[in-house]
Design a protein around this ligand. Structure first.
Ligand code: DX5
Ligand code: ZN
Length: 219
């Protein structure tokens, strides 16, 4: 299994975004996590296609767009055109989940399905054949810098078990409240794609990225 760090630029210093992205890429972060918030599905508003378009050319990282957006099928094509390599939608935000996942594939991107902390793991079981990744939110979406919800570990184990039983090779991504201090628990539970915003961009992105990659090496 490949272990991947996906720094969330929501926590980056936007006065030097290109430089901070470069520091994570140069030190081993293969993905970049792009948190899109619409102020409807989640209480905050972040950024969208123009920002993605501008950073697309600043990095070779896999651009992992996390759409915390109501009825996200409306924006899938626009994010592909802006440069996304993967789009993750929320089960709770899609009137027709399968249609949204099919649209992501029709646009030539990797499809992810995300569930909020209050959504049981079983809710994704019916979609495992329609995605490349399941994203388990370990905080209530909408803000960086929150505390990891401990019950998430059981959920990660449950989804990894489901994936194993079906003989699938899916990524399990976790997002929210992951730090150098608790990332081992998350990896042990079965996650392999780690989103980290504050843990990477608060302080020195270069050193923080190196420390995550050091931990991944022991897996
Ligand atoms: C929250 C976002 C997360 C968040 C992670 O809604 O989906 O990606 O930015 O930030 P940290 O790692 O600071 O919890
Ligand atoms: Zn996210």
């Amino acid at each position: 299994m490949e272990y991947i760090l996906a720094p969330s630029i929501l926590a980056a210093d936007f006065t030097k975004l290109g430089e901070e992205i470069r520091l994570t890429e140069e030190n081993g972060a293969a993905w970049l996590h792009f948190d899109v918030m619409d102020g409807m599905f989640v209480p905050s508003i972040s950024f969208g296609m123009p920002v993605l378009k501008s950073i697309r050319h600043a990095t070779g990282q896999f651009m992992d767009a996390h759409l915390m957006v109501q009825d996200p099928i409306r924006y899938v094509e626009a994010f592909q055109e802006a440069g996304a390599d993967g789009v993750t939608v929320h089960l709770e935000a899609c009137p027709d989940v399968k249609a949204a996942l099919d649209k992501i594939h029709a646009c030539g991107m990797k499809a992810g399905l995300s569930i909020c902390p209050e959504t049981p793991a079983e809710e994704v079981e019916g979609y495992l054949d329609d995605v490349e990744m399941i994203l388990i939110m370990c905080v209530h979406p909408g803000f960086g810098g929150q505390k990891f919800i401990p019950e998430s570990l059981e959920k990660i184990r449950a989804v990894r078990q489901m994936v194993r039983e079906k003989g699938l090779d899916l990524d399990i991504q976790v997002d929210g409240g992951v730090y150098l201090t608790n990332v081992r628990e998350v990896l042990d539970a079965g996650a392999n794609v780690i989103v980290a915003g504050s843990a990477v961009f608060n302080g020195d992105p270069q050193e923080n990225t190196k420390k995550f990659m050091e931990i991944f090496k022991s897996y």
